[in-house]
Design a protein around this ligand. Structure first.
Ligand code: MN
Length: 730
């Protein structure tokens, strides 16, 4: 196992300013946290984070990245918390370790190859900081290096995932070394025979060509030296996986591959790159169509080099890559190498393609370089600001849910399943209870608290940001409203049958459905509930011989016994403020789910109310003492029991009051300001009657409820200039 001082030495070698104390503390903390935990190999678990840190020291990364690597499995696998890490190592490292913990959850998510591209985007989105991604890739590399210890099934899954997801990601970040190693290891575990075959052939070839390679290296080095170009010329073979994929892609046998080895020429500056090309092309004929200048036009991942193929000694085709040391480092370590080259770039800033979103961050990275920040700042500010418009969250079982930014647990619930959305009553975000309206962040684990038999509040429709949630909420509220109508219709129908002295049951009604031109019983009941069909017609459909007696049985509403009588008849009239009675239709003011209108000078919450059904229009609500109700006395089937169901106390309701005041200056103002002070709104004032001594004023006002109205009335009565104050009910 790497010793504490070894880790510090490795870092100090490239970063003399390293915070040794920080590295030491991280080492001790992680060692203690992992304690006796073991890896599949039987080694102490702590060897793993140390090796990951060691891989990152090869890329010469900053202290925060190295410390995050040492700590990367502590939150997930030990008792450590984010708060502990923040306290001991500061919020920057806390954030990095937290990011790695979130990425670790991804290991549980099933990743089919078809989703690989999305999955890479997700990694980028969750990582938020490029250093998180670097640690993750190093983590994966070490796991791949030690893959032979895990079970064969797990091995295959991890190797496949590495090939599909992580190797291409490393490639896009320009980290060719990492990519090659990840690919070759995956290849070895996924296709052991093919790997063995390709590796053996490559080895044979290396021996066979050893002399030739040496010859070309020397010849080229001398040729360049004669022209005062200092160059490092190295012959190299292609990697097993890239040889294999070329064979697959082009359906070629190993023997048919012509460009298995090539040469890399590394020089001091860009000018020399072009001079090398001049020398080479004059010495050996170039193969047409193989010349590529990635120095003047870098690849999307910032790779720069000049490629050419020539017909070399012995008519052997020889591939050449010409680049500077800086380009070479970037080609091997990609984004990790940028930190080393903030100054002294000898080429214009690379041009990046805008076609691919996945490279936008790289462009910002390079912009950052030109702003001349320090290497540490450079890494710190390389936030991955990809996918601004999306968040990725998880179910407790690790299923990945992608949502638009601004999405809430409501959207999450509907994305999981419509039934989950409809029954949602609360949410836990990362284990803590949170409001259903809380916006979600990348990597949040969301658990929906459910209760069966719920109807989503209609207001959710405007809160939800996903179309799926909106449509489902609309459907659910529509269904709920329909069920409400059907329930109401059932009461009305029951009452009508009772009045007729007939028995009602669904079975009796069913044969009459065609006569009523409806296809289901619920349709009939809902139609009655909505006032589109009279209950008397339903009775007649079932008992065609029945003759309705429309004898006026007008309830005497001034008699308190009417209320009891209504109860006795099986239909309840709800007392004000009563709730949760399925039989009375809940009225939610003007913005509720039911087609409700209020009679002019109508009712305010707290008033005892009654609804009158008007076919095709729904319910009009009257205060029970309204004289207008007399008009409906002979149509008992139109009367409906309704109750207040005002959830938010902020809605205002219209009421009319009549004030008789002494005719003196300022009386109108006094009344108006008192109403205002009490929080009532004045809609309109009219002067009903004028006399020399007093005036009668009609105020149309808006109040919250009956108590509010009564408060205003009693305060008005106290005013000295007031003669009388009455509520007017139309
Ligand atoms: Mn790990």
């Amino acid at each position: 196992m790497m010793r504490q001082y070894e880790l510090v030495d490795r870092v100090r070698k490239y970063n003399p300013q390293t915070d040794e104390d920080l590295l030491n503390r991280a080492y001790v903390y992680a060692m203690r946290a992992h304690g006796q935990q073991k890896r599949a190999s039987g080694d102490p678990y702590f060897t793993h984070p140390l090796e990951v840190a060691a891989i990152l020291t090869e890329m010469k990364l900053d202290d925060a990245t190295i410390v995050a690597a040492v700590l990367h499995d502590t939150i997930e696998d030990t008792g450590a918390t984010r708060a502990d890490i923040d306290t001991l190592f500061g919020p920057e490292i806390g954030r990095l370790v937290d990011g790695l913990t979130k990425l670790k959850k991804l290991d549980l998510v099933s990743k089919r190859a078809a989703q690989a591209e999305n999955f890479r985007k997700l990694l980028l989105a969750i990582a938020e900081d490029v250093r998180v991604l670097l640690v993750k890739l190093a983590d994966r590399l070490h796991n791949m290096r030690t893959l032979h210890y895990v079970s064969p099934e797990k091995r295959a899954r991890i190797a496949e995932e590495t090939l599909d997801i992580y190797a291409p990601l490393a490639g896009r970040m320009g980290m060719q070394n990492l990519r090659d190693e990840l690919e070759n290891l995956s290849f070895k575990y996924l296709m052991p025979e093919a790997f063995a075959m390709v590796s053996t052939r490559l080895e044979d070839l290396r021996e066979k060509n050893h002399e030739l390679i040496k010859t070309i290296e020397n010849e080229l080095t001398e040729e360049l030296a004669r022209r005062d170009i200092k160059a490092d010329v190295r012959g190299r073979q292609k990697q097993p996986y890239s040889v294999w994929s070329k064979m697959e892609r082009k359906s070629l046998a190993f023997e048919q591959l012509s460009d298995i080895f090539g040469f890399r020429v590394v020089v001091d500056n860009t000018d020399d790159c072009y001079r090398v090309i001049g020398v080479v092309h004059r010495k050996w004929p170039m193969v047409p169509g193989r010349f590529k200048d990635y120095v003047s036009t870098p690849k999307q991942n910032d790779y720069r080099s000049i490629h050419t193929t020539v017909v070399g000694p012995g008519r052997q085709r020889v591939e050449l890559q010409v680049r500077t040391h800086e380009m070479h480092d970037i080609a091997r370590h990609g984004i990790a190498a940028h930190a080393l080259y903030k100054d002294g770039r000898d080429a214009p800033a690379p041009v990046l393609s805008h076609e691919s979103n996945a490279y936008q961050w790289l462009k910002r990275t390079i912009d950052m370089l030109s702003e001349g920040s320090s290497p540490e700042e450079f890494l710190e500010h390389t936030r991955l600001e990809l996918f601004h418009d999306q968040v990725f969250c998880f179910t407790p079982k690790g299923r990945l849910i992608a949502l638009p930014r601004g999405a809430t647990p409501i959207d999450f619930a509907y994305a999981v399943h419509t039934s989950v959305g409809n029954s949602a009553v609360g949410a836990k975000i990362n284990g803590r209870l949170a409001p259903l309206l809380a916006p979600l962040d990348n990597g949040d684990e969301v658990e929906i608290v459910r209760a069966e038999g719920q109807t989503p509040p209609a207001a959710w429709e405007s809160i939800a940001v996903t179309g799926k949630a909106r449509a489902a909420i609309r459907r659910a509220t529509r269904d709920a409203v329909r069920a409400q109508y059907a329930g109401l219709g059932r009461q009305i129908v029951l009452r009508a049958f009772e009045r007729a002295g007939k028995k009602f049951s669904d079975d009796k009604l069913r044969p009459s459905l065609p006569r009523l031109a409806r296809s289901t019983i619920d349709d009939v009941l809902a139609a009655v509930g909505r006032g589109e069909m009279f209950s008397g017609d339903v009775v007649k459909a079932v008992y065609p011989e029945f003759k309705e007696e429309r004898k006026a049985q007008a309830p005497d509403r001034t008699d308190p016994g009417w209320f009891r009588m209504q109860k006795a008849s099986g239909v309840q009239f709800k007392a004000p403020g009563a709730s949760s009675d399925a039989q009375a239709v809940p009225i939610r003011g003007l913005h509720g789910d039911l087609p409700v209108a209020f009679a002019p000078n109508g009712a305010v919450p707290g008033d005892r109310i009654v609804g009158i059904m008007t076919p095709g229009q729904g319910i009009t609500v009257y205060p029970i003492q309204s004289p207008a109700l007399a008009a409906f006395d002979d149509q008992p089937e139109r009367w409906l029991d309704v109750r207040w169901d005002v959830e938010d106390a902020q809605s205002l309701f219209p009421a009319r009051i009549m004030v008789a005041a002494i005719n003196e200056p300022g009386s109108l103002g006094a009344v108006a300001s008192l109403i205002g002070e009490q929080g009532g709104n004045i809609d309109d004032v009219t002067f009903n009657k004028k006399s020399p001594d007093f005036r009668e004023m009609i105020f149309d006002i808006q109040v919250f409820d009956l108590k509010h109205l009564n408060d205003i009335l009693s305060r008005l009565r106290v005013l000295p200039m007031i003669n009388s104050v009455e509520r007017v009910i139309g």
